[in-house]
Design a protein around this ligand. Structure first.
Ligand SMILES: [Fe+2]
Length: 251
């Protein structure tokens, strides 16, 4: 079994995680924006990491690597194959590659929209760490990929098993839901999630099933989404998701 702890912090609402195999005690961290914070949390809990899983090269996901590797030099650094901007040597992980992690397995799923090489890590077939490729009710900006890459990425993640929990690199749930509600004002699940966040605060994870109901980037074939993006019905799916992303960038 896998146990997960989230460490939220910073002005960019970053979320870093530690993932532990309860059978063997193997421990991995997912992304490292703040090495000092993660070292402190692990030291207090008397934990030693065996793996570091980096989703993509952006500074707010790798900035803590130097301090962390100084402190835990035996931790195996893992990042997407092809990515040369991590700053440290480690193990380049291929799309669809599986590695053993404690008593369980981790599958890497490459998406190429937010950055050219972004790996989503699926632990134990149940827990998906998406970095900035997928957020609660949203997705990361298109910094390096094209609308076609975004469509491929969203289709790929949306097609995963609905009971997979998703853990994202930033908590933008509230503002993403505001945008979702503007795109689909009659979507009752979006209204429900807005109310939950208002009373209980932002969640630390979502699921493929929930994202299918509230995430406009998973819902580009829904009538109300098409209506909001392309009322004349003239755009391809690729153009539609590109326009949706532009609209979100300007939101
Ligand atoms: Fe990013």
């Amino acid at each position: 079994m896998i146990q997960i702890k989230a460490l939220p912090f910073g002005s960019m609402h970053n979320l870093n995680f530690w993932v532990e195999c309860t059978e063997t005690g193997s421990l991995g961290v997912v992304d490292l924006a703040d090495g000092v914070l993660m070292i402190k949390a692990l030291t207090e809990a008397r934990k030693t990491p065996s793996h570091i899983f980096i989703t993509h090269h952006h500074h707010d996901h790798v900035e803590g690597l130097g301090e962390f590797l100084d402190h835990f030099p035996k931790a195996q650094l893992i990042y997407p194959e092809g990515e040369t901007r991590i700053g440290f040597k480690g193990y380049p992980y291929k799309d669809r590659e599986t590695i053993r992690f404690g008593a369980t397995k981790v599958l890497g799923l490459l998406t190429q929209a937010h950055t050219r090489y972004s790996l989503n890590y699926l632990f134990d077939s149940r827990h998906l760490f998406t970095g900035d490729s997928l957020f609660f009710a949203g997705c990361g900006r298109l910094f390096e990929g094209s609308p076609a890459d975004l469509l491929t990425a969203m289709d790929r993640l949306c097609a995963l098993s609905p009971d997979i929990k998703t853990y994202y690199g930033h908590d933008y749930a509230q503002s993403n839901l505001e945008f979702s509600a503007q795109i689909e004002p009659n979507n009752s699940e979006i209204t429900k999630q807005k109310n939950i966040i208002k009373s209980k605060g932002a969640p630390l994870f979502s699921s493929i099933a929930l994202e299918r109901l509230i995430n406009p980037f998973f819902r580009i074939d829904q009538k109300e989404v098409i209506q909001a993006i392309d009322p004349q019905g003239q755009l391809s799916r690729e153009e539609r998701i590109g326009h949706l992303r532009q609209k979100k960038d300007q939101f």
